[in-house]
Design a protein around this ligand. Structure first.
Ligand SMILES: Nc1nc2c(c(=O)[nH]1)N[C@H]1C(S)=C(S)[C@@H](COP(=O)(O)O)O[C@H]1N2
Ligand SMILES: [Mo]
Length: 356
């Protein structure tokens, strides 16, 4: 077993802070990702919070501020569970880096996304119990891990608009795949915001604050934004993740024998949508073949796909693309999406195979 209980073949981009993704083959074909295979993305050292001393504070613009132990959370609120795919905003960044380098950012392949069954309580129920004031437009999530990459270094603090935070699918989760959350995934309690960039699913949660404005934290105000058009313009704080698709096997650069080759991947639709169709091309996007696609398992859950291609000897560039239930597709080129921090690469995935 590797570090933080992860499998030995994990691609560890960074040991400290811990940033690791599984090889594509480890994600292929399975709706639920084993905890030892689930990607992990952290901005600072993993805090070790003692679950017996730990308390969740709910404060800010609320009628009744709360301070809750894990036992109180379990006793006072109805238990809720859901299968959810978490996806980092930097998932597939390596594809953008082929257009132009992105110094200082992790070159994630398609493995910065994974799916688990999460259990806990609904954030909406806890907020209702605290009595959120009408003027509270944002819900901020605070954790004690201090990130040296933040300027200045500071604990993790981001927010989600109240509208989204109070939808019934947003969880405060203490369990992942039926076991207590491991330290690296946010023990004892984390937020899970289905369909949104992973950065909003705050791990090691200690405080929930109702506010009129978004969080002042670095990971809200500076990181996880697309830049604005003009110098000094604020840009877009990333939230909902758009339709995406990735090839998991064979991996880019793989050597395969001529003849039938199985290609596998996942596709993940944006909030309120599911994936309607996945297609694969080997001639640069003129002819497309339809892949077999898993039934949707619910909003915010990826769908696995597979197709068998008959490949002649030579080099083959395999392209894939997805369509969602509104008919939206994906941009063809990573160049059309390149941005200085390398977020949200939803361009057609491309893997080059050496067929010999
Ligand atoms: N407290 C805290 N929460 C955090 C982070 C962090 O660094 N600190 N990283 C975020 C990011 S960017 C992602 S993609 C997800 C990753 O969750 P995982 O490590 O459980 O896969 O956690 C999010 N929650
Ligand atoms: Mo992330």
């Amino acid at each position: 077993m590797g570090i933080w209980g992860k499998r030995d073949d994990m691609v560890v981009h960074q040991q400290e802070p811990f940033n690791a993704e599984p090889p594509g083959g480890a994600l292929a074909g399975a709706r639920i990702t084993d905890v030892d295979t689930f990607y992990s993305r952290s901005h600072g050292p993993v805090p070790r919070l003692d679950p017996t001393d730990w308390r969740l504070t709910v404060d800010g613009l609320v009628a009744h501020p709360l301070r809750l132990s894990l036992a109180e959370l379990r006793d006072r609120f109805e238990e809720a569970g859901a299968t959810v795919t978490l996806q980092c905003a930097g998932n597939r960044r390596a594809g953008l880096m082929t257009v132009r380098d992105i110094p200082g950012e992790t070159p994630w392949g398609p493995g910065a996304a994974s799916t688990a069954r999460f259990h806990g309580v609904r954030l909406a129920d806890v907020l209702a119990h605290a009595g959120v004031a009408p003027e509270a437009a944002h819900i901020a999530f605070h954790a004690p891990d201090v990130s040296p990459s933040a300027d200045p270094p500071q604990p993790y603090d981001v927010s989600v608009p109240r509208e989204r935070a109070t939808e019934p699918d947003v969880l405060l989760a203490w369990a992942m795949n039926g076991a207590p959350l491991p330290d690296v995934h946010g023990a004892p309690l984390r937020v899970v915001v289905p369909g949104w960039i992973g950065a909003r699913s705050v791990k090691w949660l200690t405080r929930v604050t109702a506010r009129t404005t978004p969080s002042d934290g670095y990971f809200q105000t500076t990181a996880y934004r697309l830049p604005g058009g003009e110098a000094g313009a604020e840009g877009v704080a990333l939230g909902p993740f758009p339709l995406n698709c990735a090839v998991l096997t064979p991996q880019d650069g793989a050597l395969v024998a001529p003849g039938p080759v199985e290609v596998t991947g996942y596709a993940l639709a944006g909030q309120g949508r599911t994936v309607a169709r996945v297609e694969v091309s080997t001639d640069g996007g003129r002819a497309w073949f339809r892949a077999a696609l898993d039934e949707p398992a619910g909003p915010g859950v990826w769908q696995q796909w597979h197709i068998t291609l008959d490949l002649p000897s030579g080099d083959a560039d395999v392209l894939a693309r997805a369509w969602d239930t509104t008919g939206a597709g994906m941009p063809a080129s990573p160049a059309s999406l390149w941005n200085p921090k390398g977020y949200v690469n939803t361009s057609w995935p491309r893997v080059r195979l050496r067929v010999r």
